[in-house]
Design a protein around this ligand. Sequence first.
Ligand SMILES: [Zn+2]
Length: 704
Amino acid sequence: MRTPSSRSRQAAALAALAMTAAALAAPTPAQGNVAGTLTDAFAPQLVTVDTPSRAAKSRLQALGLDLTEHAGHDYVEVVLHSAADRLALLAAGFTYDVRIPDLLAREGEINRLDDLFAATTLRTALPSGRDSYRSLADYNSQMRAMADANPGLVRLLTLPEKTLDGRTVLGVEIARDVTARDGRPTFAMFGVHHAREWPSGEHAMEFAVDLVKGARAGDPRISGLLERGRMVVVPVVNPDGFSLSFNDGQLVDLRETDGGGTATILGTPGNAYKRKNCRVVDGQDTPDGTCAVFSATANGGYGVGVDPNRNYGGLWGGPGASDLFADPTYRGAGPFSEPETRNVRHLISTRQVTMMISNHTFSNLVLRPNGVNPTTIGPDGLPVGDAPDEQALKDLGARMTAQNGYANIHGWELYDTTGTTEDWSYNATGGYGYTFEIGPDEFHPPFAQVVDEYVGAGQYAGKGNREAYLIAFESAVSRASHAVISGKAPAGATLRLRKEFTTPTWSPANDFTDSLETTMVTSGKTFAWDVNQSTRPVVQSRLVKLLDDEPTRSETFTGTAAPGSSVDHELVVTEADQEILQVDLDWPTPDDLDLEVYRRNADGSLTEVGGSGNFVGDKERATINAPTPGTYVLRVINFASVTPTYTLTAALFDATEQTTAPQVEAWTLTCEKDGRVLQSVPVVVERGQQVSVDLKECTRRWAR
Ligand SMILES: [Zn+2]
């Protein structure tokens, strides 16, 4: 439903508020009945929610609904799992269009399309030729078979921790002479952090198959990459969640076959659209299978679990991650509280991972760090700023998106996130990290689309994610993009690089000790080791803009807006080079006025440039970065305030640029024989730099 005029939108919002109030006022048993009836009748939906401003996005995020990664400047797509979700959206004054009215019916339709596709397709253009989604068993048996059939080229990896439901997480490592303990860099790729995002595992797995086929066929480009680097693929990081989503997703087929459904499956929609892992109780490993039982009664399972892509340690607990268990972006009880994220952390901490891609669905995006808007004040009291490697990350992102047609943007341009894979991996290691949001419009679309996104279709035919991944692999092995430590050492010596440091979270109380430790064994008298830079990006010098304490100029307006109406005020900005325009709205009672800020275009039309829609009781502030001179319209909207008289203050602030103090960190390099340290030296090395290390002491003592 979309109600275009803002007046009718407000009327709808007020009506919804009244409905909610009535429901809340009803005695508990009746409320239970109403909720039960609504839940039974409600099929999960995918809807496009209107979010004309960043403030609206923040307000939407705060509702705890299941937001997808599909969002634009004025909308976010959301999964509504229940009637309660829909009521929450309406009560908060949001309008939306329904895009997929019944996700379970769509699931059945996809299954039917996939059966047809498989029945009519002998072999797809995928490296494996597959014509249908893999099950967890398919992934695991295929990885075992690849390793068995390709000794010396493929090695099966068993990640250190089992999942909460007792599953082993497998991966493959692919390189020429894969078992050698040499100094080559690693490109690590992950899939299925989020249970329902099946193509994210398919593309990771297909890339592994692609590399193995290429190596066996003597493809010069692929052979060259596997000479110079190593590929590690973990296609299913969250096998507990994935198997629930996949198995329930297949089950919906039963409903399709009897012409529209049985009450049983409608009543317990299952986990086809589950997002998180199988944590049922924080801090406890409940008996295996508890998650499935619990999920069957809990809104399709989406409320159960920790969001693995908010549980990484980097900036853990900040914006865009919830502290409420039932929320889709629940960050977990602490940084790295979950076995899935600890597995990935272990893998990245024990290798020199110079490139990391974490695959997700959907929205055709390549996201780069940071996960929060650069103006956000971070845990150190300064604006978070851009990543120190912003230009290089952006350039590489552009080269990759030229292959798949995706948008090349910062994580925060979608919406704020913290505790994601690259928030930690990039900031702790310096290795580049990206999130791929694969596919235009669904979590697990008909399989034919998985093929198209991988090999490329239309103007991207022959490119696609395959070519983007190859470009990423080329960057992973390029010495211009990481660092090299070289020198002379005794043949057969174990070299160890180690660092220990504190990883900052969003609040100092949660900061924790982190360590990176990798080894190589020298094969001759000289060695060259491809490594990440010694100083972490998170403590590298960065440019931040600090606002002046006093405004350059400020203007105050007072007015009255009757309930359900809005009032416009105009502000003319003549000053150039102002850092921000800050508009504050204040009024006497703890209820709800909203604020929207527009810039008037040459033709008189208005473009929204900012706004603030806090919850009832919070006052409103809109911040517009770098306001260009011109006329601004400040719109005060009365959603539900009983005292419509307000004060509006618009202030322009200049800022002082400041470069944060650079910190320099060193690796500790040790040269060891039979576990005995013969020499230990600090090594400072920057990205793109090659340093030579003198290990004479190790050589001298080696002979004794
Ligand atoms: Zn995801």
